[in-house]
Design a protein around this ligand. Sequence first.
Ligand code: FAD
Length: 463
Amino acid sequence: MGQLTTNADVAVIGGGPGGYTAAIRAAQLGKEVVLIEKGHLGGTCTNVGCIPSKALIHASGLMRDATDAKEMGLAANISLDFARTQAWKDRVVKGLRDGIATLCMSNGIEVIDGRAFFTSSNTLTVETEAGMRTVEFKKAVIATGTEINGVPNLPYDHKRVIDSDDALSLREIPKRLAVVGGGYIAAEMACMFLRFGSRVTVIYRGERLLKGMEPEFGDILAKGMARLGGEVLFNSEVTRLDGENAVVKTPQGERRVQFDRMLVAAGRTPHLDLGLDKTRVKLDHDGLVVVDSSMKTTDDNIYAVGDVVPGPQLAHKAFRQGKVAAECIAGVKSSFDNRAMPMVVFAEPVLATVGLTEEEAKAKGHQVKTGRLPLTTSGRASAMGRREGFVKVVADGHDIILGVQAAGEGADALIAEAALAIEMAATLEDLAVTIHAHPTMPESLAEAAEAALGKAIHVYRKK
Ligand code: FAD
């Protein structure tokens, strides 16, 4: 008996944010769509990334709030049953995953459970539990995301030395957690476990956390971690594990760090074991898929979106690119030409950025104007008892907004307005004269723009 063959206008490989969005948008535009997923619909984001991490981070924030509320005269004896917290998080994840399955079904998308690889520029073979299947397609979208990197001298045993997937499914809070890494996943996890009560030591090679982001973020984050009782060892490296200890080379000499669990967060590599040699798809020097602004690869039949293409590994990038790919395939005018790519680190405090930092704007040759407002000036921040942080606006010589960085409670919501301002080429005056509701955090964005224009009201000024 021959292999079962399915014909599709569009075959999407990978059911994460990039893939399921491309599939649904293509179906909305009248295409016959097949979506192939080897794991769970929702991909990294829904199952082991954005959603489970933010659910647990939210719960950990409630622990912190309950502790801090004493200052407000609230006595809260909060207790933690982490197994139940995890069960709640699992329900959140399942609910969203089931929602994606329902959306696929309601859009008439055939979802195939299996691992796909190309056998030509218009054929895929899919390994399923029931055997091999063939999918013949007019266009395909690669949305296969990434897998976790390891560190050679710290191999994961998934018990003591764990990755982010393991960390998000622990059933008890580690008493002593070592975190190796200084990127956003390491930062979020370290802050989350600190709030849940772990003793956390971050071991990081660099001299400032969140390398490549606004330099102030690294400093404010290190202070935030210290306030929660955490310790960061900068310019440091684990040389070996010795029983209960990690032996760490620090600038001050060798240190032994006791740990029950060590989370190694060392980045992620694209999933491209897909038989690409049977196609005309090319990779760049970083091993990412080369695409144009329609998300088309160097093979006319094949598109690629999300973490497998250059740019930050973020779900909202994948969502946008999935829509662009589907629209271009369907002949709708569309292009991935966004100017603003926001990013949020859900740490202590929340850090959010979009567009250029001051340093980046200067390096690009702009005449830079900045306005910076500490959150001590914000009525809302004071009313929430969260006065740490700032909002900074970066504009060019014509007052056009180039970037915004914000640290503090509510920075994640505030950054959306900044992204819109950049997309619309808004000026400092546009932000400053727009009436913002009081007392809210986005007010600080408007006032940071006023600060850049030299007319902020709530800033101390010596006459
Ligand atoms: P993925 O979501 O990785 O989906 C790819 C899918 O393809 C997977 O389901 C995989 O099983 C499937 N697949 C791979 N190969 C094959 C094959 N051969 N055949 C069939 N299926 C295949 N981003 C944010 O924007 N905000 C956050 O707060 C955030 N937090 C994160 C926290 C953590 C701990 C992690 C790990 C990531 C986080 N991210 C966050 C990043 C985000 O998850 C990714 O950027 C996003 O999931 C990328 O989407 P994607 O569609 O490109 O790939």
